[in-house]
Design a protein. Sequence first.
Length: 132
Amino acid sequence: MMDRCVYNLNEIAKSLYKRYWGLDLDIPILINPRMHKWSARYMKEYVYSDGKRIGIKGKSIELSKFLVDNYSDDGIIDSLKHELCHHACLSQNKPYKDGSKYFESELKRIDACSHKHTSEELKVRGHVARNR
């Protein structure tokens, strides 16, 4: 079982980002203990110049404490790959939203989970459903 501290999760993410996109990761991986709606999310921020919004860029990837504490190692890596894919696509000015043809093709290329996977498929990938 891998060490799930925030430092190690950042190191794993850097390695995955380099492996799949050949890029240096420029945003942090954070653990958010207050996140209950999602297991993981890609955070973006707007870029301004002279008071005008000129673009959008990645800010961070947040993993819920539930994910870090309960997913298998494979499930954590699967979720990281999905969120890193959002960042890689946005950083390269490619479609980065769930469901877009390009984004979904990138998920398939790197063998990462998609919102199109069923609950059963996600369980096999190491994800754990939250009891609400």
